[in-house]
Design a protein around this ligand. Sequence first.
Ligand SMILES: [Zn+2]
Length: 504
Amino acid sequence: MVIFLIVLTGCSHYAAREMSSERYLRRFLDAKENVYEDICVQMGSAYWDYYSQEGKADLATPRERFKELLMNDTLNRVVDTWYSRTALIRDSILRRRITVWHNMLTAAKVEMDPEIFDLRNRLELWLAETDDTLSIPSRNEMDSIMLRLMELRNARSKSLGFENFAEMVLEVSGIGAEWFYEFVQTIDRATAEPYAELLEELKRERGKSEIEARDIGKLFGLYYSANQGAAISVDKMDSMMKETIEGIGLEYSELNVEIVEQDLPGGIAGQSLAIRIPEDFKVVVVDDLSLYDRLHEVGHGAQYTFTTVGYPVLEGYEWCLGSDCGAYSEGMAETLARFARNDEWQKRRAGISDEDLIAQKEMLKKYMPLYLRYLLVNSMYEVLLYNDLARDHLEIWQTLDKKYLSLEGSTSRPIPFTNIIYVSYPVYVQNYLIAEVMSWQIHGTLKEKFGSGYAFDARVGGFLKEYLYSGGGLLPWQARLKKSTGRELDIKGYLSAGGLQVKE
Ligand SMILES: [Zn+2]
């Protein structure tokens, strides 16, 4: 009896202690997330100044503050301890917050390493070319600094148990390296033969023995613009954007989107910034940006504006690797953009004729293997690079061109090795390919639920809010997709819908 009592007391004592420590953890994270959000807002405002040129951008202060926050020993100890027993956390929101914090702190162990932090900052400054007083090193010097940055990123990631830096990024952003390789292979297998046949057809049509890189590039460009739907003239841009968004039942004014037309540095065409989620979202675009691309940026805004989750770490601020899944936020952006290539929308709003619509569809179907394989080259480049940094980067590009595009000797698009994307948004390019599939899948569900005129159905907005926007990062991205469409990312369905045979 006595023993029984002791055990019982012990148990309840243990439970009480756990309860109180969950309470402690909640308070601890609340405080940290207040600071985190404050820095996010400061960072967003600084980037707004940077892109809109409204004020002098101070990016250094919020960066230093992020470093101080994320490298804090107590925070790391608390998160590590709780992460190791995530399954024991009773509160599911708290469980998720710990997971996201753990992802961010893992990536910070790499990106906030003093030498990596310093090299990244220096490269960003040089590449932005906004400061005339700065002496910018030669391309060769920059390339060797870029290589040094990549080597350090790899070394730090390996010390944390990852295969390399690219795999670390894929893991902390919730994509997973293994899942991603399988995704790439599925596309590769389904498109290899149709692509080879397409090349033969092109050779016959053009009377050429070889199809060159620039031909492929041109066709990719044609596909890319056809994939944006009918062209819309600049003077109709604003009204059509508003009509499209209100047509699906989203209140345009609620989106709180501030659009500034402005030249952007580094060839960027549009940039959206969630400064304070959910109430402050801004977009900068170049003035000739297509309606599709504008809707893409505003689509980012819809995701953030209608987030009601309330925990800063789950709201999807984009400043720290691991804070959310980039593929998901690109998917949300593409989901809104995709209305501009909806059949009914193109007919009713853009006035496209039936013949033109058929021609557009035929074009897209014919060149889909080329389009996808071109994106595979881009998506795999950094992954392969980080896998073997001793290899020359142009040789890697050529290997990919040969594997996916059957190009011999010439490269499809020699992207400079030192590039702002690879410095500031490492291992991000694949997110656009994933977003293409995701938006196709979500539109499929909208059609099933609301009929073929769903682009004009005011219930659609409510659906998007409830299933895709409001929860923020409460659930992992695949779970969000499953909740809204009934299944995880359906690459096989996407390929089949494009007339491509999926091979096991
Ligand atoms: Zn985007």
